[in-house]
Each structure stands twice: as C-alpha cells, then as structure tokens.
Design a binder for this molecule. Sequence first.
Ligand SMILES: N[C@@H](CCC[C@H](N)C(=O)O)C(=O)O
Length: 322
Amino acid sequence: MDETLAVPAPQPPADGSATSASTLSGLAFSKGHGTGNDFVLIADPEDSHLISPEQVAQLCDRHLGIGGDGLIRAVPSRFLPEGRDLLAADPAAEWFMDYRNGDGSLSEMCGNGVRVFVHFLIAQGLVQLGAGESLTIGTRGGIKKIVRTDGGYAVDMGPWEFIFPEEATSKAMDALVSAEGLEVARPGLSVSMGNPHTVVALAELSELAATQLFKAPVVDPKPVNGTNVEFVVPAEPLVHDGVGTITMRVHERGVGETQSCGTGACAAAVAIRHWAGAGAPDAWQVNVPGGVVGVTFFPGDSGREHVELSGPAVIVASGTLS
Ligand SMILES: N[C@@H](CCC[C@H](N)C(=O)O)C(=O)O
C-alpha cells in the first residue's frame, strides 16, 4: 500500500523552547515498520529540517500525529559531528540514521529501525541495493553493515557486552525487576547492544501474557542511562535443529510496550544463551508480538563476537505534512 496522508504539522510549544526548529509544513514523510515496531521516516538530504524533541513526540502521537514508536531522519553523515567521525573511520558510511524514540529522546541504536531505514533509502531512490548487496551506514551506536536478503535485511549489529560484567559472570544476574502482573521481583541481566537492555526470563507463556507493560518495569539497580526491559520465555525444548527459540515482550525506554525491538531481541538471545551455558546454539529465532526476527552470533572482525539481526522491513504509506 502506498497512499497519501494529510497530517497537521506539529506546532512548536508555546513556551518557545523549539523556536529554532524549522516549520514542518509541506514536509514529506513515510511510515514504515519492522515486525510491528513502527517509525515515521523523513528524508533530509540537505540537513534542513531541525525537528525538535517536542515535534518528534507530536508526530509519533498515535491520536494527534502520524503515530510511531520512533522517528528516523535520513541525513548525510557529513552534516553531523558524530557522522563526520564515522566517515573518517569509513567513508562508505554516507547516510546517517538520526533516530529518536517516540517521546523525543535520543537512543544510541535501533535494530528494527536500521532495516526500515535502509528500505526507506532504497524506496526514496537515495541508494541502490540489490539482493545480496551490502550497505554501510552511520548511527549513534557506530557504523553498521546491512545486507539485503530475500526476506528483508541482515544487519551486523556489532559486539554485545554485559553492562555489569562482574555480576553477569559471577551471579548470572545483576538486577531485580518488578512489573505489574508478576507477583515477585525477578532476576534480570543487563546487556548493551549500543543501547541498554535488561532481560528477565519467565517460565511460562501464560506468565508472559499476564505481565502488564503499560507502566515501565522497575529495575534495581538500573543502568545509568535507563534501560529497555525484555521478558522472555525459552521454548521447550529450547533448541530444535540447532536453532534456539524464545518468545519475548518488551517495554522500551522512551516509548512503552512495542510490538518488537531488534536490539532487545539480540540482548534476549545473549542472556538466554548465557543462562543456557555451554553447548547453547549461535542461531536464535525470537518471536515477538509483531512477528519473528533472527539473531546469530559470529566472530567479528573486531576480534570480539558480533551479533547479526535479520528480519523484514515494510514501508506502509507516504505523505505530506499539511
Ligand atoms: N525498537 C528499537 C530500539 C529503540 C531504542 C530504545 N527504545 C532505546 O531507548 O534504547 C530496536 O528495534 O532496537
């Protein structure tokens, strides 16, 4: 489907806090998603659209705006200081994914967003990418390499790391996590995929369904910049034909519950594999409310283990802000 939507342009707040933001009226946008994690997408090849956090929140509002879990601005890396640093390391990283959460806050990384971002660049005619070809882009979480596959895109998300490595290795947990619907606090393990995650394993799918994620779970202690929280149920048996399967729901920092979280799926696979111990597989299928993503661990060229995230990307509609 590709249709034109007319959505009122967000107004700068009355207190003048966004007076430097350019007017968004007439701005072209698209709406896309990756396994139900949905984004407002804006192409800004001249870096001429300063979109304030308040405007991001208005555009992502599901009642008063277009609606989305986040907003992605596609901007040439050369226009941003963080992009210029990446270009110095790899001149191929011409395009930068300027990602914001639905509340306007910045995040370092968005795994589903990367796939949708590349699909958007192709749909806009800003890059050409055939099946099996790869593209390098810049993000606040560093340079990412993406391969176009038959069913979507596979992204080298780079290395994972434990946020509290001593606790992760000595106790296999580093936090207690409480959420509405869970009677007692559960152990969590915090993993960075560039952005922070805390993963909690539950025993049953019925327990996962009973967990209420309309409020942010309480994580104690919390990673310093806050955290996304994944509740995960391992399949029984965990591994089939060399692939581990897990089912996940997520509460995202700066958003709320979403249908999917790519970095969260990677973090969940890291934690469950750690808990499963020696012999756990390197290939994982992660079932989320919005679909299925794949996670694979492989030796990266940085000398550390990298994580590949694979899944679909869809552009739903394109339009102009009225
Ligand atoms: N949905 C994303 C993650 C988006 C950022 C996250 N809310 C954060 O604040 O870190 C994904 O697919 O990874």
